[in-house]
Ligand binder design. Structure first.
Ligand code: ATP
Ligand code: MG
Length: 681
C-alpha cells in the first residue's frame, strides 16, 4: 500500500495530492491552463483502482474530444495495466450517450440498428421539411438547424419551443423542430444532440433504468467541465445521483463553446446543487515559461471572472514572445514554414514539437502549400470532414440502410447511385404510398398494392434493387460483415460510376481510394470495438465511425513526426514546445462576427487557450495586407496584442519601424547555414 501511495502520489504537489485522494464527496478542481487538471484525473483513476481497490469497471471518465479521450487512455495505461484496467470507461460525452442509447434502445422506443445523423444529414432533413412549407435557402436551413440544436442542448421539447416562441420566425422554427423529431423517429434515427438529450429524458422518466446506470458507475470524472452544456450537466447530475462521488475539473477562462450551448455557469451551479462540494484550486503551472504564462494571465485579466485564480510557473523566464508583422499572408505562411525548417535543421527540435494554430480552417491553406513545397510533413485536425465527401457519404448511406432499412434518408440518397433509372415521379408515388401506411420506403417496395399505382417497369426496377439489397444484408449477417461490405461495393460497380462522374480519371481514383479507406477504417473500428464488447457488430462499428468523424473530423491517429496544424478550438487541452498563432488581427481574432461584449470575451478566451498551449516558444504572426473576397485589404493588429505585457513582446517588421539590420543579418546567416546542411543532407 505504501508503495502504491508513493508511486502514484510522490510527484504531485500538495493540492494535486489532495484532489486525487479526496473521494468521499463531490470535488471541483478549478484551475488555469497547464496546472495539471487532466493529470489529476488520470492519476485519480489509478488511485481509485490501486489505492482504493475500486474495480475499474465501476469508473467512468468523460471528456470532450476523442483525441483527449485517447490521450487520457494512454496516460492511464502507463499507470494501470492488464486485468486491473479491464472495463474502465474513458470516453467522450457523446460516445457515452451512444452507449446508453444502444443499451436502452427498447426503453427509448427505438429499434436496434438506429441511424446516427450528422449535421449534414440533419440539415438535409430540415431542408426537405421546409420544402413543403416555405423557401429553403441554406441560410434559413442553417438557422433552423442551429435553433433545433440549441433547444436540444437546453432540453427544450418541440412543444415547449412552440409555447416559448416570441416571434413568427421562432414559432416557425419550433414547428419545423416538431416535424423534424417526428421524422427522425420514423427513420429510426437520432442526431448528434440526441446522444445526450435522449439518455437524460429517459433517465428522468424511468427511475429503474437510471438506477441500473447509477449502479454501474461508482465514480465519475469529467475533464474540461467548463464546456458542458445544460443537457450534459443534467446527465452528470443524474448519473452521480445520491452517491455524489465525482470529480470534475475545469477552467472558466477556457470556455470556448458558448456557441454550441456550453454554460460555464455550470461551474457555479455545482456548488448550489451539491452543497457539500469541495473546491480545490491548483496554482502551479508546469507547462509554460514565465513569460508565456504572464502574457496569458495579463490578457485574461481583461475578462470578468467567476473565480479568482493565480498561476505561477517554475519553468524559467523563457524567450520573449515573438510578434511578426509580415507584408502579406503569403509572406506570413512562408516565414512560418521557413522557421520550422530552420529549427528542425538545427537539430534541436522535431517536427511534432511545432503547432500552428489559427482561428478558422481556411487560414491553413496557404501554409499547407508552403509546407508542401518545403517537404515538411504535417497533419491537420479539424479540417474538412472526411465524411462530408460525396463518395464517402454515398457508401455511408448504403451502410446505414444495411443496418436500418427504415432510414428513408439513406434510401433516397442511394436509390439512383449508381443510376437505376428510377425517376422522381416513381419515388414520389412510392413515398405517398409508404406515408399513408406508416412504413418505410424500402419496406413499401414489396407491398402488393403498388401494382395499382406504379408502372410495371418502374416497379420491377425497384424490386430488383430491393432483392439485391436484401441479399447484401443477408450476407453481412451470415458471414464476415466487412467482407460483405467489400463485395457490395464491388457489386455496385461504384468504380464505374465514379469514372462517369469525375472530371479526370485521377479524381475518380482518389475518390475510390477514399471509399476503401472508409471500409478499412470500418474494419479497424470493429476490431477495436470487439476487444471490449465481443458481441459488437456492424451496427455499432458504423455508429462509432460516424461519431468519431463528427467529433474529430478526420484527425489521423498517427504519432509520427509531423507539424500539427489545428484550429484554436481543436487545440484545447494539448501542449507543444513551439506554438505559432496565425492572423492575430482584428476581424480574425477577434472574429469579425463577435465584436459585441459576450462574444468578444469568448474570443479573448480563445486567444488565452492558444497562448497557453506553448511550452517554450510562442510566435504570433500577422499580415499587413490580406486577400478577402478576391480583394486586397489592409488589416490592423488584433486589439489583444495591446493587452499583452509590452516588455515581453519582441516585434519584427512593425509598420513605421526600421528593420533591425543585425537581426536580418543573423537571419541571413542562419538561412545560409540551413541551405548548407540541406545540401549536405
Ligand atoms: P489545460 O488547462 O491546458 O487542459 P491541464 O490543467 O489539464 O491543462 P495538464 O495537461 O494535466 O494540465 O498538465 C500540464 C503539463 O504539466 C503536463 O505536461 C503534465 O505532465 C505536467 N504536470 C502536471 N502536474 C505535474 C507535476 N506535479 N509535476 C510535474 N509536471 C506536472
Ligand atoms: Mg487538461
Amino acid at each position: 500500500q505504501a508503495e502504491i501511495r508513493h508511486k502514484l502520489l510522490y510527484s504531485l504537489n500538495d493540492k494535486q495530492r489532495q484532489a486525487v485522494c479526496l473521494i468521499d464527496r463531490p470535488l471541483l478542481v478549478l484551475a488555469g491552463a497547464g496546472s495539471g487538471k487532466t493529470s489529476v484525473i488520470t492519476r485519480k483513476i489509478a488511485w481509485l483502482i490501486q489505492g482504493c481497490g475500486l474495480p475499474a469497471r465501476y469508473i467512468t471518465a468523460v471528456t470532450f474530444t476523442n483525441k483527449a479521450a485517447r490521450e487520457m487512455k494512454e496516460r492511464v495505461a502507463n499507470l494501470v495495466q492488464g486485468r486491473e484496467a479491464r472495463g474502465l470507461t474513458i470516453s467522450t460525452f457523446h460516445s457515452l450517450g451512444l452507449d446508453i442509447i444502444r443499451k436502452e434502445v427498447q426503453a427509448l422506443g427505438y429499434k436496434a440498428g438506429f441511424s446516427l445523423f450528422d449535421a449534414e444529414d440533419a440539415k438535409t432533413l430540415v431542408r426537405d421539411l421546409l420544402h413543403t412549407h416555405a423557401e429553403a435557402d441554406s441560410e434559413k436551413v442553417n438557422w433552423i438547424y442551429q435553433c433545433i440544436s440549441q433547444w436540444k442542448n437546453d432540453l427544450i421539447s418541440p412543444e415547449q419551443a412552440q409555447t416559448q416562441a416570441l416571434d413568427k420566425e421562432s414559432l416557425h422554427a419550433a414547428q419545423v423542430y416538431a416535424l423534424y423529431q417526428r421524422h427522425l423517429k420514423a427513420y429510426n434515427a437520432v442526431d448528434f444532440d440526441d446522444l445526450i438529450a435522449l439518455p437524460v429524458i429517459l433517465f428522468e422518466k424511468n427511475p429503474q433504468v437510471l438506477a441500473r446506470w447509477q449502479a454501474s458507475i461508482h465514480y465519475l470524472l469529467v475533464d474540461e467541465y467548463q464546456d458542458t452544456n445544460t443537457s450534459q450537466y443534467r446527465l452528470v447530475r443524474l448519473l452521480v445521483g445520491e452517491r455524489q462521488r465525482f470529480t470534475v475539473v475545469g477552467d472558466d477562462d477556457q470556455s470556448i463553446y458558448a456557441w454550441r450551448g456550453a454554460r460555464p455557469e455550470n461551474l457555479l451551479h455545482l456548488g448550489e446543487d451539491f452543497p457539500n462540494l469541495s473546491v480545490i484550486k491548483l496554482e502551479q503551472n508546469y507547462r509554460s515559461t514565465r513569460r508565456i504564462l504572464k502574457a496569458a494571465n495579463t490578457l485574461i485579466a481583461n475578462n470578468p471572472h467567476i473565480y479568482e485564480k493565480k498561476l505561477w510557473s517554475d519553468m524559467g523566464v523563457g524567450d520573449p514572445i515573438q510578434v511578426w508583422c509580415c507584408d502579406n499572408e503569403e509572406v506570413e505562411a512562408e516565414r512560418v514554414a521557413n522557421e520550422i525548417l530552420l529549427q528542425k535543421m538545427k537539430g534541436i527540435s522535431r517536427y511534432k514539437d511545432f503547432a500552428v494554430l489559427y482561428r478558422s480552417n481556411h487560414q491553413a491553406r496557404l501554409l499547407e502549400i508552403k509546407l508542401q513545397s518545403f517537404q515538411i510533413p504535417y497533419k491537420i485536425s479539424g479540417g474538412t470532414s472526411f465524411f462530408s465527401r460525396n463518395e464517402v457519404r454515398d457508401i455511408m448511406a448504403y451502410l446505414r440502410l444495411m443496418i436500418n432499412p427504415d432510414d428513408d434518408n439513406a434510401f433516397l440518397r442511394i436509390i439512383n447511385i449508381p443510376r437505376r433509372e428510377i425517376g422522381p415521379a416513381t419515388l414520389e408515388k412510392l413515398a405517398t404510398y409508404a406515408t399513408q401506411r406508416g412504413i418505410s420506403l424500402l419496406t413499401a417496395i414489396d407491398e402488393l398494392g403498388l401494382e395499382q399505382i406504379l408502372k410495371e417497369s418502374a416497379l420491377q426496377r425497384l424490386r430488383r434493387f430491393k432483392h439485391w439489397f436484401m441479399k447484401v444484408i443477408e450476407n453481412s449477417e451470415r458471414a464476415d460483415a466487412i467482407e460483405a461490405v467489400r463485395e457490395m461495393v464491388q457489386d455496385l460497380d461504384y468504380e464505374a460510376w465514379l469514372h462517369q462522374n469525375a472530371s479526370a480519371p485521377k479524381v475518380a481514383e482518389r475518390r475510390l481510394a477514399n471509399v476503401w479507406t472508409l471500409v478499412d477504417s470500418l474494419q479497424q473500428t470493429l476490431t477495436r470495438l470487439q476487444e471490449d464488447q465481443p458481441e459488437a457488430g456492424l451496427t455499432e462499428a458504423i455508429a462509432r465511425l460516424v461519431l468519431r468523424d463528427i467529433l474529430e473530423q478526420q484527425e489521423a491517429e498517427d504519432e509520427s513526426d509531423k507539424v500539427h496544424l489545428l484550429t484554436l478550438h481543436a487545440a484545447k487541452g494539448l501542449e507543444f514546445p513551439h506554438v505559432f498563432m496565425l492572423g492575430v488581427e482584428e476581424d480574425i481574432l477577434p472574429h469579425r462576427n463577435s465584436l459585441e461584449t459576450n462574444a468578444l470575451e469568448e474570443e479573448r478566451r480563445l486567444m488565452y487557450v492558444g497562448i497557453t498551449r506553448a511550452r517554450q516558444c510562442l510566435t504570433l504572426t500577422l499580415a499587413n495586407e490580406r486577400k478577402a473576397y478576391g480583394e486586397k485589404i489592409d488589416t490592423s493588429p488584433s486589439r489583444f496584442l495591446d493587452e499583452l505585457p509590452a516588455d515581453d513582446l519582441q516585434w519584427e517588421g512593425r509598420q513605421g519601424e526600421v528593420k533591425d539590420p543585425e537581426v536580418s543579418f543573423q537571419r541571413g546567416l542562419d538561412q545560409l547555414e540551413m541551405l548548407k546542411s540541406l545540401l549536405k543532407g
